[in-house]
Structures are given as structure tokens and as C-alpha cells.
Design a protein around this ligand. Structure first.
Ligand SMILES: O=C(O)C1=C[C@@H](OP(=O)(O)O)[C@@H](O)[C@H](O)C1
Ligand SMILES: C=C(OP(=O)(O)O)C(=O)O
Length: 429
């Protein structure tokens, strides 16, 4: 894939479905009784992995593009899978499913691609085992493949050391089966799609705070009930175009139907702090998953500091925010983001390496990046490390480099944004 400097980005895009919400809609629909209809589903490879896993456990799922119909089997009627469940590249599938499988009446194995087999699973193994689960890392390295023997679980209060929605959701899903109540507290509020959607499926979920930390409690649940889910566009995908339009002079783009849940909208705050011109228009669905149209115009950016409680609200947008920082005047410091090291790639390292290769001034730190913006950016070859967000970040940077950028394995964008290159091209015409 060779990409080169751009004319202004202009026009509008309908942003495709939110990946986190699409995963959950398939999972909860499969675990519910009755029919679930999903509109706006993201047909990206990660969400297709979730569908594949539930089909292997006997759930009837019909998927036509962004429309999905599920005939749920109920919380306790999944079938034992004939083979290991393949979660592909998806951490969300692996971790959330581990919470469900821990409570089934059968044993199973969860696995995935080379990247999944390097990602830490102890973060879910520890709390689930505290609930009575029997989960082992087959290679003994706390990574997948995981061997899971279903058990009767009991409710616990889990004080999570990290703000991770995947950990929180794995424990809450196990909590649906556990005797009594299950509470998760976390150091800062991570995305709350599980809490919102479990309520829509009829579960009892209460949210609040415990000793000053965000807390959520679920009770043992007899049934979830099939429902209709409308998935808003993914702000994590919109972020690439927010940055693209902000850095290419003359750009003006409208991104339609973008999810702006407060636990996800940190990229708008961070870009505005850098001087970006972003307007949030026509907010709708405020009682379920809020969505809006985002109007973004080119603006000269300046450096900022990104850290603390903002981090979980923009964790997946940090690679492309590093691109914005390379194009901004002055220094940007990203801190408190050590979680970036355990994503599809070590995103602190992969972004620092690629940005430097294209001329940016970047230093890796223990928990983030320090970027001195404004250096002349040139073409070159960068490694995506098969990480979709890294590939898309460099594709956006190529809009302003002097010379072509070649990205290895550009097709990995299909994990979360199968229409990314077409969408970008449509704004360049
Ligand atoms: O729950 C989710 O859908 C996700 C949670 C985040 O991961 P962590 O829970 O590891 O922070 C995020 O990075 C990931 O892309 C999706
Ligand atoms: C980290 C991500 O996803 P997951 O953890 O589901 O692989 C991501 O999409 O950036």
C-alpha cells in the first residue's frame, strides 16, 4: 500500500458500527431467550470472530452486512463446541467469552491468532478464579490458549487494578451466573457498553461508586430477553478522519452517526485541547447509546498533555493522536498509557518507530510517548505489525508527508474498519 500527500479532505461519511457494541450485541443476543435484531453491526473481522464462536456453540445467527438476526439459546443452553473456539485477533472476544464459558456446564478451549496468544489473560483469570472458575493457560504463560472447565460460580467484589472494560465485562458476565451479587470497582471509568446493554436485555445492573471508585453490580440472572439493538458508528474509527481533516489544510468533513458515549469521547476533548475545530451536531439516543454528527474543519494544532482519567476514554485513539501530535506545534506528552504495550502490538513502540522513520521527533517513555511536533515529515516504509490502528494511523500521516508512505500488511484494517481505504479515498475526491 503506497499512500501520498493529499488535497483537502471534503465531504461526508457514515461511520460504520461500533466494534465494542457490536461484539456485545452478538454475545448478549446469543445468551438471551428469543430473537435479537441488530442494525448497524460492524462486519469487521473481530466481530465476525464473535459470531463464529457463538455459532460453534449452537446459536443460530444470520448476518447480512450490518444486519444481524440471532435466535438466542438462553444463558444456560449453549452447546459444547466441537473444537477450540477461535477468537482470531480479538481481545474483546477472548476476555468476555472467558467470563461466559467459566459458568457453562461443559469444558472448552479459547484460542486465537499469534497476537492473541501473546496478550495477557491473567487479568481475567485471576478474578474469575476468585469466583470459583477453573481456567488454565495451556502454555503456562498466562496467555491463550485457555482451557476452561465450567463451574458453579459465586459472587465477589472485585477491585480491578486497571481501568479495563474487557476485565470488567468478563467479571460481570460471569456474575450473571454467580450466586448472590457481583461487584466490580475500577480505578477510572472504562467504557460502559456492557452495563447499558445488559439493562436493555433485562438484567439487573446498578452503577455508582465505592470508596471513590466507579463501581457496578449485577445479580444472578435467570434470563436475558432478546431485543432490538441499533449500533452507532464507532468513534474509534471516526478518530482517523477527525485527525485527517484537522491536519490537511482546507479540509471540512462531516462524520455521521458517531457514538459519543461519555466513556468513549475523549478523542474529541484531546483534539479540541490541541486547537482542533470539531462541532458535535444533532445529538440523539441519549437514553441508550448517544450518537451525533461530527463536523471537523482543518485547524493548526498545538501540543498538549494527555493522561490520567482521560486515558480510558481514548485508549484506542492514542496511535492516531500521536499522529496529530507529530503535526502540531510544540510538545505533546502522553502518559499513564502503559496499557498500550499489551494491545495488538506494543503501540508505544510501534508508533514511536514508524513516526521516527517518517521524520517525527518522538521519545518512548515507560507509560507513553513524548512528541515534539512540527518536524519535516517525509515518505518511507513503516511496519504495521499487523495492528489495524497502527496501519490506519500511518495512512492518515501519509496525507501530509513529503513523499510516499508504504505500510506493511495494510489489509489488517479489516479487523475494525473494512471500508477504511474506500472511505478515505471518497473524501479525497
Ligand atoms: O471492552 C471493549 O470492547 C474494549 C476495551 C478496551 O480494552 P481494555 O479493556 O483492555 O482496556 C479497548 O482497548 C478495546 O479495543 C475494546
Ligand atoms: C485493542 C483493541 O481490540 P481488542 O482488545 O478487542 O483486540 C482495538 O481494537 O484497538
Amino acid at each position: 500500500m503506497h499512500l501520498s500527500a493529499s488535497t483537502p479532505l471534503r465531504g461526508s461519511l457514515v461511520i460504520s458500527g461500533d466494534k465494542s457494541i457490536s461484539h456485545r450485541a452478538v454475545m448478549f443476543g446469543s445468551l438471551a431467550t428469543g430473537t435479537t435484531e441488530i442494525e448497524g453491526f460492524l462486519p469487521g473481522e473481530d466481530c465476525l470472530s464473535t459470531i463464529r464462536c457463538f455459532r460453534s456453540m449452537g446459536v443460530r445467527i444470520e448476518q447480512r452486512g450490518s444486519s444481524v438476526t440471532i435466535l438466542g439459546r438462553g444463558l444456560r443452553e449453549l452447546m459444547p463446541p466441537a473444537e477450540a473456539l477461535d477468537c482470531g485477533n480479538s481481545g474483546t472476544t477472548t476476555r468476555l467469552l472467558s467470563g461466559v464459558l467459566a459458568a457453562q456446564r461443559f469444558s472448552s478451549v479459547l484460542t486465537g491468532d499469534a497476537s492473541i496468544q501473546r496478550r495477557p489473560m491473567k487479568r481475567v483469570i485471576t478474578p474469575l478464579c476468585a469466583m470459583g472458575a477453573d481456567i488454565k493457560s495451556i502454555s503456562g504463560n498466562d496467555c491463550a490458549p485457555l482451557s476452561i472447565r465450567g463451574k458453579q460460580l459465586y459472587g465477589v467484589h472485585f477491585n480491578s487494578p486497571i481501568a479495563s472494560a474487557q476485565v470488567k465485562s468478563a467479571v460481570l458476565l460471569a456474575g450473571l451466573y454467580a450466586s448472590g451479587q457481583t461487584t466490580v470497582t475500577e480505578p477510572a471509568l472504562s467504557r460502559d457498553h456492557t452495563e447499558r446493554m445488559l439493562r436493555a436485555f433485562g438484567a439487573k445492573v446498578s452503577t455508582g461508586s465505592f470508596e471513590g471508585r466507579p463501581a457496578v453490580t449485577v445479580s444472578e440472572t435467570e434470563n436475558l430477553y432478546g431485543t432490538e439493538i441499533s449500533v452507532p458508528g464507532d468513534i474509534s474509527s471516526a478518530a482517523f478522519f477527525l485527525v485527517g481533516a484537522s491536519i490537511v489544510p482546507g479540509s471540512e468533513v462531516v462524520l455521521r452517526n458517531v457514538g459519543i458515549n461519555l466513556t468513549r469521547d475523549g478523542v474529541i476533548s484531546a483534539l479540541r485541547a490541541m486547537g482542533a475545530k470539531i462541532e458535535v451536531l444533532d445529538v440523539r439516543n441519549e437514553d441508550s447509546e448517544p450518537a451525533a454528527d461530527l463536523l471537523v474543519r482543518y485547524a493548526p494544532l498545538h501540543g498538549t498533555e494527555i493522561g490520567g482519567e482521560l486515558i480510558p476514554r481514548l485508549i484506542d485513539e492514542l496511535p492516531v493522536l500521536a499522529v496529530a501530535a507529530a503535526c502540531a506545534e510544540g510538545r505533546t506528552v502522553i502518559r499513564d498509557a502503559a496499557e498500550l504495550k499489551v494491545k495488538e502490538s506494543n503501540r508505544i513502540h510501534t508508533m514511536a518507530e514508524g513516526l521516527s522513520r517518517l521524520g517525527a521527533k518522538v521519545a518512548e517513555t515507560e507509560d507513553g510517548l513524548m512528541i515534539d511536533g512540527g518536524a519535516a515529515l517525509h515518505g518511507g516504509e513503516v511496519e504495521s505489525y499487523l495492528d489495524h490502528r497502527v496501519a490506519m494511523s500511518f495512512a492518515i500521516l501519509s496525507l501530509v508527508t513529503d513523499g510516499e508512505v508504504k505500510i506493511t500488511h495494510p489489509e489488517c484494517v479489516n479487523i475494525s474498519a473494512p471500508t477504511f481505504y474506500e472511505d478515505l479515498e471518497s473524501l479525497r475526491n
